[in-house]
Design a protein around this ligand. Structure first.
Ligand code: ASP
Length: 327
């Protein structure tokens, strides 16, 4: 008899799929998906597992185009009646970008869970199997329906729209610094303590890849902005200072970009907090707003970039893009 729950696990690579290569003494992709699933002992009591191999790449090798291909595969898999939920296994370095892209582009009631590992399978305390077990439990949970894309690591459940990788090493690296986790996985059960705050959907099958990201620092000038403008970039995200302010010598570049029809989205390089038009001096938020800059709320630069890439695939209209970021 078929199991009442069937979970498709889409493997893309990452540390969860890695081993230390004895010749170079460093981790590289090496495990097959079957080997990884075999380490999740007793999982057959919870769900039937279907393995789907998408790639076996370290996540710094994953491109936005691949993320879109993955989104298409997740959508198709979720449409199947026999599938309860989908788990995506991914490297942790760019996991937040893939998870956010899936969250923005997929509308489904079924759970979608993104998971990875911080320790490879040659290390003591490999966390791949326990993370995968928790992800599968989340993917079959009725409580996890209608929650958008969830990131499950270290028995914590975070919303893809809020989560970020905060530490280069620790097992609890994935955090939602602004609002905290949505819930936990405890005793193979998912418990939610709060709901997702807000979700946006961008209906698109394509992505605009020419979107730049600049991190602001004191004394910065317009040269990087000029580079993006001259190289036909279609959008630019600036991780500005504090509340959303930039050094005055960058203002010329911002004006030039906007004049050429290139939207500028400003977020903050601070790990938490919104950007706002609080300051009226040259390069301050009020000045930037008067020039037509779009405010990216509390998103980190890398996630604002994903959102702008998707937005630009459907529109060039500043006002429509502004509504996606500011409302
Ligand atoms: N560098 C690895 C990757 O992102 C890190 C990991 O998976 O934890 O593929």
């Amino acid at each position: 008899m078929a199991h009442e729950n069937k979970v498709a696990i889409i493997f893309t690579g990452g540390t969860i799929s890695m081993k230390i290569d004895p010749r170079i003494h460093a981790a590289i992709p090496a495990l097959s998906s079957e080997e990884i699933v075999a380490m999740v002992t007793n999982i057959e009591k919870f769900a039937e597992i279907e393995i789907i191999n998408f790639a076996n790449l370290p996540s710094p090798h994953i491109t936005p185009e691949m993320m879109m291909e993955l989104a298409k595969l997740v959508k198709e898999t979720l449409k199947r009646d026999d599938i309860t939920g989908v788990v995506v296994s991914h490297g942790t370095d760019t996991l937040e970008e893939t998870a956010f892209l899936l969250d923005l582009t997929i509308k489904s009631e079924k759970p979608i869970v993104v998971v990875g590992a911080m320790r490879n399978s040659s290390e003591l305390g490999y966390d791949g199997s326990s993370n995968l077990a928790a992800a599968i439990c989340t993917a079959i949970s009725k409580n996890a329906r209608n929650k958008g894309v969830l990131v499950v690591m270290n028995n914590e459940v975070n919303a893809a729209s809020e989560v970020t990788k905060t530490n280069t090493l620790t097992l609890d690296t994935f955090k939602s610094p602004e609002f905290g986790p949505l819930g936990i996985v405890d005793n193979d059960e998912v418990i939610f303590y709060r709901d997702i705050i807000s979700r946006k959907h961008i209906e698109t099958e394509s992505i605009e890849t020419k979107v730049g990201l600049i991190k602001c620092c004191p004394g910065m000038e317009s040269d990087i902005l000029d580079f993006y403008i001259d190289n036909d970039y279609k959008g630019i995200v600036i991780e500005a200072l504090g509340r959303g302010n930039i050094p005055p010598a960058m203002v010329e570049g911002v004006k030039k970009a906007i004049y050429r029809g290139i939207p500028i989205v400003v977020v903050s390089r601070c790990p938490t907090g919104r950007v706002l038009d609080t300051y009226g001096y040259e390069g301050g938020g009020k000045h930037l707003r008067s020039l037509g800059v779009i405010f990216g709320n509390n998103l980190p630069g890398q996630k604002a970039r994903i959102k702008l890439m998707l937005a630009l695939s459907i529109t060039k209209d500043f006002q429509t893009i502004r509504e996606l970021f500011e409302n």
